[in-house]
Ligand binder design. Structure first.
Ligand code: DX5
Ligand code: ZN
Length: 221
């Protein structure tokens, strides 16, 4: 079952509520929410108040991607604001297992993410404990960058490891995914697809989301 997770960063914030609803209506089951602190990544995006304010606009799974240092400090706050799943960066944490336990203690799903330069082997020890592993296919920090082709090998390698070890963790891929390259990402073994620019650009959300849904259908038997 493939899932599209439109990245809020790509939305038009003047009309945020209606844009979110349109992604939901068009078939996107998740909403990807990028939180940046200006330290782990160069840019600053948004935080708890924004998530709380958009929560009533959608029944989608709020897929919160923390690009922040010391993620353990804010887990309770993000859950209170409406997160259904929290993904943090392996590179941002000294004790990833503790962060995972803290996320679960708050009653939501846990995800762990790796940047393009981090070898996949580094997340293996945490895979039995998380619901999702997020492979960054661009350098985290900004929307609208080009997909790094080497990410496909990382996805394939993870898929093989997960299947060989009978793990139930899902693979999410984030950065530079569009309706042209999504099939390659599906074939590499991903389950959840983040897309910002490709969802919110012209000709429009409904049409763009349908292109992704069509690709998912082609690979669903
Ligand atoms: C980048 C973010 C992404 C980004 C994706 O740091 O994690 O979620 O918004 O945007 P596109 O799809 O435009 O690459
Ligand atoms: Zn993201």
């Amino acid at each position: 079952m493939y899932i599209l997770s439109p990245s809020l960063l790509g939305a038009d914030f003047k009309i945020l509520g209606s844009q979110i609803k349109e992604t939901e209506k068009a078939g996107a089951e998740y909403l990807h929410i990028d939180v940046m602190d200006g330290i782990f990544v160069p840019s600053i995006s948004f935080g708890m108040p924004l998530i709380k304010s958009i929560r009533p606009a959608s029944r989608q799974f709020f897929d919160v991607h923390l690009m922040i240092v010391n993620p353990e400090r804010y887990i309770g706050d993000f859950v209170k604001s409406g997160a259904d799943g929290i993904t943090f960066h392996l590179e941002a944490s000294e004790n990833p297992k503790e962060v995972i336990d803290k996320i679960h203690a708050e009653g939501v799903q846990a995800g762990i993410s790796i940047k393009p330069a981090t070898p996949v082997e580094e997340v293996y020890p945490y895979l039995p404990f998380v619901q999702m592993v997020l492979v960054m296919s661009v350098e985290p920090g900004f929307g609208g960058q080009a997909f790094i082709p080497e990410s496909l090998d990382k996805i394939r390698q993870l898929r093989e490891y997960i299947d060989a070890n009978d793990l139930s963790v899902r693979i999410e891929v984030d950065g530079g995914i569009d309706k042209e390259n999504v099939r390659k990402v599906i074939e590499a073994g991903a389950d959840i697809f983040v897309a910002g620019s490709a969802v919110f650009k012209e000709p429009g959300i409904t049409e763009n989301v349908s292109c992704f849904m069509q690709a998912f259908k082609e690979y669903t038997f």
